[in-house]
Design a binder for this molecule. Structure first.
Ligand SMILES: NC(=O)c1ccc[n+]([C@@H]2O[C@H](COP(=O)([O-])OP(=O)(O)OC[C@H]3O[C@@H](n4cnc5c(N)ncnc54)[C@H](OP(=O)(O)O)[C@@H]3O)[C@@H](O)[C@H]2O)c1
Length: 255
């Protein structure tokens, strides 16, 4: 559905959310395959550590909820690179939340980072992509966005919106020669999921997740999801009538 990427050598990749977890690992693996990296997030010291393990990486501190910082990073990047081949929005935040633990502030912060932040990145990069008519945008959502799950009252809707956003974006950008990658991981062992108190099924390591993400882009997939044995099970469950869906998810999670 997207043009396959066969060679990362010299490819200019901006990763937002590169200071830890999946973003940091993706940066390292792309660098090992010859890509030029720009690394953004709020924690500069961590970004510098990631940059130190890449052969050609710029550090551009930015907060996805603060468009002025994104504008500054984007301007610096364009001054250095003149454009980009891939922008990967990996940043995200997660607050487990149920009706009993509802927290308006945490819910709003989740939407600010996971959804409004993506819009702010698009505000900066869409004019560039539309002009250059090449390259691609990848948005990391989650399988939690595929359908409603327990303990995901804020996180789930923020990621569900990204699914819709990527689908819409594909209609607009594909015809212009710009790829769109909708990336929905299952469970990955990162600082984000360290708050989970349950046993996470089909848990992947960050290097495994980064490898699957990069493989999906290289294959030109639109919907990149992993690990398939878990994500395909959820994709099947969401097709069931609600009676079956609610029964299955309740039985599986105990929630
Ligand atoms: N781990 C999983 O099981 C899992 C499953 C499905 C989807 N995902 C998604 O995968 C993505 C990466 O998560 P991860 O598991 O790798 O978690 P992580 O290690 O906690 O990484 C989250 C990244 O997001 C960045 N970030 C958070 N708030 C930000 C902000 N306001 N501005 C800029 N960057 C910000 C963090 O950087 P700073 O704090 O330095 O800003 C960090 O680089 C997220 O979108 C997450 O929702 C993860």
């Amino acid at each position: 559905m997207n043009t396959p990427v066969t060679d990362w050598r010299g490819k200019r990749v901006w990763i937002i959310g590169a200071s830890s977890g999946i973003g940091a690992e993706t940066a390292k693996q792309l660098s090992a395959q010859g890509a030029k990296l720009a690394l953004s997030a709020r924690r500069k010291t961590l970004l510098e550590q990631v940059a130190a393990s890449c052969h050609d990486a710029l550090v551009l501190e930015a907060d996805i909820t603060d468009n002025a910082t994104l504008q500054q990073a984007n301007a610096e990047l364009l001054a250095q690179w003149g454009g980009y081949d891939l922008v990967l929005i990996v940043s995200g935040t997660y607050h487990p939340m149920r009706a009993e633990t509802f927290d308006l502030q945490a819910a709003q912060q989740t939407i600010d980072v996971n959804l409004k932040g993506v819009y702010q990145v698009l505000d900066n990069v869409l004019p560039v992509f539309l002009k250059q008519q090449s390259g691609g945008i990848g948005v990391v959502g989650s399988v939690a966005g595929l359908s409603g799950l327990p303990d995901a009252l804020a996180y789930g809707p923020s990621k569900a919106a990204l699914i819709n956003l990527c689908e819409s974006l594909y209609f607009d950008l594909h015809a212009k020669g710009v790829a769109v990658y909708m990336i929905n991981p299952g469970f990955v062992d990162t600082p984000m999921t360290s708050v989970n108190k349950f046993t996470m099924p089909a848990l992947m390591t960050p290097p495994q997740a980064a490898t699957a993400l990069i493989r999906g882009i290289m294959n030109g997939e639109f919907h990149i999801h992993f690990p398939r044995r878990f994500t395909n099970w959820l994709r099947f469950a969401r097709l069931l009538p609600y009676r079956g869906y609610f029964y299955l998810i309740h039985k599986f999670t105990g929630l």
